[in-house]
Write a protein that binds this ligand. Structure first.
Ligand code: KIV
Length: 271
């Protein structure tokens, strides 16, 4: 028999807004399968992202570009079976957002296949109309600004964004436009901590940061990075939470408690 999740326990966009209003930090983490989804939720993670980073940490590619809608649907539906109350957020992969209508069709497919609450989309200013369309059709979205890995070839590498005065002003304006268009959450990746703080104070919606300093509302990292199993060079903004820990559970719990207490990220993880 299907037993629905008790709705009052589930983390919703409204609950994240309330945490922001109270100044309480929340912890987000990626997961790509049932077992890790269950584990990270039990350690207190509020938002589980099935990121297209799976192209790199699960599939072994150099970029997120080869990830397809079917890959996202498969991994996100396995993650959903492991969650009782954490918010499930799913990335819209490369090539699925080429027009507002295409994005609406693909986001609808993701929600139906995975029961996710929120879709996350890269693209910034080009996705304002898409966010508006998703919102009009009742689909909650997280806009992703700063470093957008799907644009890596155009950006010329994985590097910090919003450093110049002009770029910072543009990012603030785009963030406000996306919020007005109906975005429910903002994610900032690899932006100067001062800029991330300004965007967080300017927006009403919750702001999640990765490499965006300590002043955002929530933090997110890639699970494989914090468990120190990612191959190759580790990003500056991440931290090996396995160090000194005897189990994956204690490492993830330490990440959650450091985020909630404002101990992570430190200056060393910020730009
Ligand atoms: O794909 C992903 O995991 C992400 C996070 C790095 C935020 O977008």
């Amino acid at each position: 028999m299907y037993i629905p999740k008790p709705l009052e326990d589930v983390i919703t966009v409204t609950k994240l807004r309330k945490l922001k209003a109270k100044g309480e930090k929340f912890a987000c983490l990626t997961a790509y399968d049932y077992s890790f989804a269950r584990l990270v939720e039990q350690c207190g993670v509020e938002v589980v992202l099935v990121g297209d980073s799976l192209g790199m940490v699960i599939q072994g590619h150099d970029t997120t570009i080869p990830v397809t809608l079917d890959h996202m649907k498969y991994h996100a539906s396995t993650v959903n079976t492991g969650l009782d109350k954490a918010m499930l957020m799913v990335d819209m992969p490369f090539g699925t957002l080429n027009s507002p209508q295409q994005a609406l069709d693909n986001a609808s497919e993701i929600l139906q296949a995975t029961q996710a609450q929120v879709v996350k989309l890269e693209g910034g200013v080009t996705q304002i109309k898409t966010v508006e369309k998703l919102s009009a059709f009742g689909i909650a979205s997280c806009a992703h600004l700063g470093l957008q890995p799907q644009l890596v070839h155009k950006l010329g590498g994985y590097r910090i964004q919003g450093k110049s005065k002009n770029a910072a002003e543009q990012m603030i304006a785009t963030a406000l436009d996306l919020e007005s268009a109906g975005a429910d959450i903002m994610l900032l990746e690899c932006v100067p901590a001062t800029l991330a703080a300004e965007i967080t104070n300017t927006l009403e919606i919750p702001v999640i940061g990765i490499g965006a300093g300590a002043e955002v509302d929530g933090q997110i990292l890639v699970l494989h990075d914090i468990l120190n199993v990612t191959a190759g060079k580790k990003p500056k903004f991440s931290k090996n939470f396995m160090q000194g820990q005897s189990s994956i559970q204690t490492a993830v719990s330490r990440y959650v408690s450091e985020v909630k207490r404002g101990q992570f990220p430190e200056k060393a993880h910020s730009f």
